[in-house]
Design a protein around this ligand. Structure first.
Ligand SMILES: C[S@@+](CC[C@H](N)C(=O)[O-])C[C@H]1O[C@@H](n2cnc3c(N)ncnc32)[C@H](O)[C@@H]1O
Length: 249
């Protein structure tokens, strides 16, 4: 999603970087390969740390400039290996809504965040402007319906974290003030290969066999080609929510 741009020209990663501007000790929960941590680490005097379930993603993160000595822990967000109040900022990009047991995750984020600290998260909101992502989901549905049970990933996470009310219901009891909630349309228009990598990295494809994924990719490319812009790029959009909440004292 790094090439995606909101209406003001910023990427969804840059929106989170800016939401914790001035915060010196920042934890990224579900940091993946460290793209956001790299942006954050460029801030003067800032200390960053990350947690992710995937050791492979963290190995990629460690290769990024500024992250070679950062504490990056393999583990689950519902058991954070940090002290109480150790951070004054916590960020999470496209990860919180995928996590099971969000109340435990919220309690842990509330524990490691100092009073007055900021939690800023980007949460997935589904297809937005542009045909490609919606077209992908239309093609994917029958493929998943036809897949044997062992090749269908169960629905990940908790849908409450895709709404303002649900977010407050989960994070309020963990010591957070009512969230500031913004719907941001991201423009992910790009060359066909990039658009496929954007929509095709969804977890829904993770258990499908390679031939099925290759066939889906061919049909997706054919279905979206007629919409190509004169420069060959394929229009694609996605909606995200930007949630910012303060840890009360
Ligand atoms: C869609 S990826 C986003 C990665 C990264 N934040 C980004 O946007 O580039 C979601 C990430 O959340 C991680 N994740 C999912 N559940 C988790 C949990 N309970 N604890 C820690 N990480 C988790 C996954 O391993 C994955 O790297």
């Amino acid at each position: 999603m790094a090439h995606g741009r909101g209406p003001d020209g910023r990427s969804s990663y840059a929106l989170l970087r800016d939401a914790v501007a001035g915060r010196r000790r920042v934890l990224d929960v579900g940091c993946g390969d460290g793209l956001l941590l790299e942006l954050l680490a460029a801030g003067p005097g800032r200390q960053v740390a990350g947690v992710d379930l995937s050791a492979a993603e963290l190995a990629l993160a460690r290769r990024r400039p500024g992250l070679d000595t950062a504490p990056l822990h393999t583990g689950s967000a519902d058991q954070l290996p940090f002290r109480e109040g150790e951070f004054d900022g916590v960020v999470s990009h496209m990860a919180l809504m995928l996590m099971d047991g969000p109340e435990r995750v919220a309690a842990e984020i509330g524990r490691v965040l100092a009073p007055g600290g900021t939690l800023a998260a980007v949460l997935g909101g589904g297809p937005g402007e542009g045909e490609a992502y919606a077209a992908f989901l239309r093609l994917l549905r029958p493929v998943l319906d036809a897949a044997p049970p062992g090749r269908r990933l169960p629905r990940l996470g908790d849908r409450r974290l895709r709404t303002r009310e649900g977010f407050d219901a989960v994070f309020g009891p963990a010591g957070f003030a009512p969230v500031s909630w913004e719907r941001v349309p991201l423009d992910l228009t790009a060359p066909p290969e990039t658009v496929w990598r954007t929509v095709g990295c969804l977890y829904d494809l993770a258990l499908l066999d390679l031939a099925t994924v290759a066939d889906l990719r061919d049909r997706f490319t054919a279905a979206t080609a007629p919409a190509a812009l004169p420069d060959g790029r394929i229009p694609c959009g996605m909606t995200v929510y930007v949630a910012v909440a303060r840890r009360t004292g």
